[in-house]
Design a protein around this ligand. Structure first.
Ligand SMILES: NC(=O)c1ccc[n+]([C@@H]2O[C@H](COP(=O)([O-])OP(=O)(O)OC[C@H]3O[C@@H](n4cnc5c(N)ncnc54)[C@H](O)[C@@H]3O)[C@@H](O)[C@H]2O)c1
Length: 271
């Protein structure tokens, strides 16, 4: 049975893998014996994490890039595919927090996040990273996997892809819903080529996103108290799902979006 979850010898590419959820994916795959390439904008974190994981004996390399630059994505995939021989798994994970939505944490209306004041720059950058970056990554993955017998593509969306609320900005909602639907459509299109495409939809996970606001203990407590499972998530909570979707354990699953939110999208914690 344990072989079903094996990623040993796989070639894996992870965007936004120098921090948080993407870093947990990189660790899970590397610990499972995959060859891992991390693509990330933040060269300092990238070098730090690649050096740290390499020092542990894992087969990990890094490449600095911005997922909004399609040429860079294509070049990186070509380079890594040549080095690995085959790309088996791709995580389209890089993403950014757009800042406040129309509602402040205290329930008052945010002028900055209100749709009538939403700045072009903020909208465009969010759609660029959180949606266009996913498109560029899926496209590059498809090109390589089509010619090599298939693979697994995993998109990090969010519960914001299907839930509406006020604190998360409009652009994030739209981009994540778009990325989720793009993943489903790519699943339909690419199944013929033995390429599976699934999405992971995290709830609140403590990472560096949004300046690391979820790292504050009082915020973790207040959010954790509302979540049915009774705590906020950690990036390590996503490792099992990453291995499941990357490996043959999920060989008959494509086009799925799996929430990983401690039950947060079901409603408030009940006693
Ligand atoms: N943390 C959460 O609560 C949460 C919830 C739902 C969804 N997500 C999603 O999870 C994914 C990972 O976020 P995280 O929470 O780990 O955040 P994080 O900030 O800890 O990590 C994101 C990584 O992506 C990289 N990145 C950002 N923009 C990039 C770009 N243009 N090109 C290349 N790399 C880029 C950053 O440098 C960083 O290393 C994102 O798509 C995010 O929207 C996070």
């Amino acid at each position: 049975m344990s072989d079903m979850f094996s990623v040993k010898g796989y070639g894996a590419i992870i965007t936004g893998g120098a921090s948080g959820i993407g870093l947990a994916f990189a660790e899970a795959l590397a610990e499972g014996g995959a060859r891992v390439a991390i693509l990330d904008l933040d060269s300092n974190s990238l070098n730090l994490q690649v050096n740290r994981l390499s020092a542990k004996g894992f087969d990990v390399r890094g490449r600095e890039l911005d997922v909004t630059n399609r040429k860079e994505i294509d070049q990186a995939f070509a380079h890594i595919a040549a080095e690995f021989g085959k790309v088996d798994v791709v995580f389209a994970n890089a993403g950014i927090d757009p800042g406040i939505g129309f509602s402040n944490p205290d329930g008052t209306r945010s002028q900055e996040g209100a749709i009538e004041n939403y700045e072009d720059e903020r909208w465009d950058r969010n759609i660029d990273v959180n949606l266009n970056g996913v498109f560029a990554t899926i496209r590059a993955a498809a090109r390589h996997m089509k010619g090599s017998g298939g693979g697994s593509i995993v998109v990090t969306t969010s519960v914001a892809a299907y839930l509406n609320e006020g604190m998360v900005g409009a652009a994030y909602m739209a981009a994540k819903a778009g990325a989720a639907h793009l993943a489903r459509n790519a699943a339909l299109e690419l199944a013929h080529f033995n390429i599976r495409v699934n999405a992971i939809a995290p709830g609140f996970i403590v990472t560096n996103i949004g300046g690391g606001w979820l790292k504050q203990p009082q915020i973790q407590k207040s959010i954790g108290d509302m979540i049915p499972i009774g705590r906020i998530g950690s990036a390590d909570d996503l490792k099992g799902l990453a291995l499941f979707l990357a490996s043959q354990a999920s060989s008959y699953i494509t086009g799925a979006q799996i929430p990983i939110d401690g039950g947060g999208s079901l409603g408030m914690r009940r006693t």
